[in-house]
Design a protein around this ligand. Structure first.
Ligand code: SF4
Length: 540
């Protein structure tokens, strides 16, 4: 299907000028029924056809570049905030980004549109509070609309200011800024094609191809260009675009990464990766941006319109958002995160109880609600037996095991009175490399625990993520290297159990198929596209 035909099948769903109107809230998405563009259909198939074994050799999952032995988790991806229709848009973005700091700690930035219609950008490496520590930086971003981004690198070199988003670019119809959460699996293929046609890239980030696709699209108006560009992307993308007069919020057709929409009392529209950012800036949650949806807000009359991308895909929201990434006070994919985690813990207790245990303790902070669920379901006492210390920064490489164990105590300290002489169930949200778990077991034994039973409120992680989460390579994943008994021995606990994938699916019921669980099942919903060889033209 050509671009014009694709655009014609796209339904412009609603368009109105009344900020906060009931009509807006009542609008339901309806999707066009047009066939998929052939080129897209051939690249992406359903979950059954996709398998880890099919991963092309040339595609390397993202590296796990950390020496932080006290934090054995996949890294969060990125966080997005957008505000349109508020005179303090940039300041509200700043606060929202602070709340989303857990989604990216390497860089932060805000692009705002001023009264003159010009877009201005402030970006920097480090935490949000550091980047905007000088009040003059926020003061330089006045205006009614802004988008912000916190970054943990998944594609593109980590500590490079060039890769910090939002990206701001000029093209023949004006300026456009973009902020991206996710990872494009056809980035290399798209970049190769664009470079072969003369595009010059400034960064090593996959997000930059999106700007090139918008600039080179032949469609008009900008909504059509945005749709045209996004329809060529494969993989995970939640996006915010800002121009002189509009903000666009886009979610990929699988809906891997979250993106929600809310509204402030003054009618300002807010987009964010998680609802905790809306709560902080007094915005009321309205709804998710639906998978495959493009929401457009025109700041001149605050009208809101919605369109949908032509490729229709089965929904595959990232289940790890519920397991670990999102804050427990957020609503993600229409579920309260703390309730999901409590349910995981409850199910784990039903499946793998610890009948000889005296007390249940969480691995703080992310194991808290799962441990609570486990304790409630098993009728055991729930206690805070480990205290996380938040101020120690990253670990350096420690010379000996003894020093490494002492360094772990900087971040996690046992409460001896809770643990001494007890049979302890320690509940964590996930087990990735196993490095932290073995230290926790030693810590608990040294604090006097009689028995240590480890319970993990998710299935064994056996696959790397291709969709914007930084996971270790498969060779580093402990559950890929050894069986359950081997993992138990390595960790040194008295018993070990994971939540099974079947039980996890059972918690989601009819919705189970709407979630990506590839890091547990290796059922990859969409596989990377290997770049086609480029035929070089000889320079004359
Ligand atoms: S592979 Fe795992 S971390 Fe990645 S999107 Fe799927 S569920 Fe989430």
């Amino acid at each position: 299907m050509g671009t014009a035909a694709a655009a014609a099948t796209r339904l412009l769903l609603h368009h109105h000028a009344a900020a906060g109107s009931e009509r807006h809230r009542a609008q339901q998405l309806r999707y066009s029924a047009g066939p998929f563009p052939l080129s897209l259909r051939s690249r992406s198939s359903g979950r059954d056809a996709a398998a880890g074994a099919l991963l092309p050799d040339r595609v390397t999952p993202f590296s796990y570049g950390t020496d932080d032995d006290a934090d054995d988790h996949p890294r969060e991806e990125c966080g997005l905030v957008g505000v349109v229709g508020d005179p303090d848009a940039a300041s509200l973005c700043y606060l929202g980004l602070q709340k989303l700091q857990h989604r990216g700690e390497e860089g932060a930035g805000i692009v705002a549109v001023g009264g003159d219609g010009k877009l201005k950008s402030v970006t920097g490496l480090g935490l949000v509070a550091d980047v905007f520590g000088d009040p003059a930086r926020l003061a330089s971003l006045p205006g009614p609309a802004a988008i912000g981004h916190v970054r943990y690198s998944t594609a593109g070199a980590a500590a490079s200011l060039r890769n910090v988003q939002p990206f701001l670019a000029g093209y023949r119809f004006g300026q456009v800024a973009v902020a991206h959460n996710g990872n494009l699996v056809n980035y290399q293929a798209l970049r190769s094609k664009l470079e072969a046609r003369g595009s010059i890239f400034n960064t090593s980030s996959d997000t930059e191809v999106i700007l090139h696709l918008i600039a080179t699209s032949l469609s008009r108006p900008l909504l059509a260009r945005v749709c045209d560009a996004c329809e060529r992307l494969e993989g995970a993308y939640s996006l915010l675009f800002l121009t002189a007069d509009k903000m666009f919020a886009v979610r990929d057709p699988h809906g891997f990464r979250p993106l929600v929409m809310g509204r402030r009392r003054n009618g300002a529209v807010v987009f964010a990766s998680e609802t905790c950012a809306l709560d902080l800036i007094d915005a009321t949650y309205e709804r998710e941006v639906q998978p495959g949806e493009v929401v457009v807000v025109d700041r001149r009359d605050m009208s809101v319109a919605s369109a949908c991308l032509v490729p229709h895909r089965p929904r595959r929201a990232c289940v790890f958002e519920h397991i670990y990434f999102a804050l427990p006070n957020s609503v993600v994919f229409s579920h309260a995160v703390h309730e999901r985690r409590t349910a995981f813990g409850r199910a784990l207790a039903e499946e793998s109880p610890a009948p000889t245990a005296d007390v249940v303790i969480p691995v703080p902070d992310s194991g808290f609600y799962a441990a609570l669920g486990f304790a409630r379901a098993s009728g055991l006492e729930f206690q805070q037996g480990l205290i996380r210390w938040h101020y120690s920064g990253r670990s350096f490489i420690q010379p000996t095991q003894a020093i490494r164990d002492l360094a772990v105590k900087l971040k996690l300290a046992p409460v001896r009175g809770v643990i001494r002489g007890k049979s302890v169930v320690v509940v964590d949200d996930s087990l990735v490399r196993g490095t932290t778990s073995s230290k926790i077991v030693r810590l608990l034994r040294n604090a006097g625990a009689r028995e240590v039973h480890m319970r993990i409120a998710s299935p064994p992680v056996v696959g790397s993520c291709l969709y914007g989460i930084d996971t270790p390579s498969e060779g580093e994943l402990i559950s890929n290297r050894m069986d359950l008994e081997g993992v138990r021995r390595e960790i040194g606990c008295d018993s070990l159990a994971f939540l099974s994938l079947d039980k996890l699916h059972g918690i989601y019921g009819n919705e189970a198929g709407d979630y990506c669980d590839a890091c547990f099942s290796k059922n990859y919903p969409v596989l990377p596209t290997v770049p086609e060889p480029v035929v070089e033209l000889e320079e004359v």
